[in-house]
Design a protein around this ligand. Structure first.
Ligand code: HEC
Length: 159
């Protein structure tokens, strides 16, 4: 019996080591702010950007801070997957990658998602307690969303 447990442990350890070499995610990050960045496209006040930075940038920008466990499979795969799908859906570093109508709906969704506590992803908050949004944070973001949507609406009326 003892022998079997020993073999199982050895196999698990070899397996764990082996998967470290499989499918290593590309952990890109940059501090570069190009003209396509949301802060260059919209008027993003410092307090709004601070909230995005703290709670959203890891998955919705190219300024990702990769935690240590993102170097260890299988956690690395899960983290990389969230970042890839987050960026794909809405990348603040590449705001103009979205069509104008998508930008408008994403703005709307930002307020909706945070009010419903669906963003930041609840699993992210387990290890990033400081990313949790207070009611005041949510009010700041939603008021900003409303201002930006109003600007878009006004611009469309004057077209
Ligand atoms: C841990 C990663 C992570 C964090 C942090 C995060 N998001 Fe997301 N977000 C995602 C992923 C992944 C999706 C795509 C989900 C999908 O495609 O169904 C997403 C989707 C969205 C969407 C699109 C919603 C939709 O209709 O699918 C919005 C808007 C959004 N996030 C806003 C935010 C905001 C605002 C923050 C910060 C307050 C934030 N997210 C933080 C991972 C994250």
């Amino acid at each position: 019996m003892k022998k079997i447990i020993k073999y199982i442990l050895i196999i698990l350890i070899i397996g764990f080591i082996a998967i470290q070499f499989v499918n290593r995610p590309d952990k890109s990050t940059t501090t570069e702010v190009t003209p396509a960045h949301i802060t260059k496209q919209l008027q993003v006040p410092a307090n709004v950007e601070a909230i995005f930075k703290r709670s959203c940038y890891d998955c919705h920008s190219n300024h990702t801070t990769w935690p240590w466990y993102s170097s260890v499979a299988p956690a690395s795969w899960l983290v990389a997957d969230d970042v890839a799908s987050g960026r794909k859906k809405m990348n603040f570093s590449d705001w103009t990658a979205l069509s104008e109508s998508k930008r408008e709906s994403r703005l709307n969704e930002i307020c909706e998602e945070i009010k419903a506590d669906e963003m930041p992803l609840p699993k992210y908050l387990i290890l990033h307690g400081d990313a949790k949004l207070s009611q005041a944070d949510k009010d700041i973001i939603c008021a900003w969303v409303e201002r930006e949507l109003k600007k878009i609406e006004d611009a469309n009326e004057n077209k």
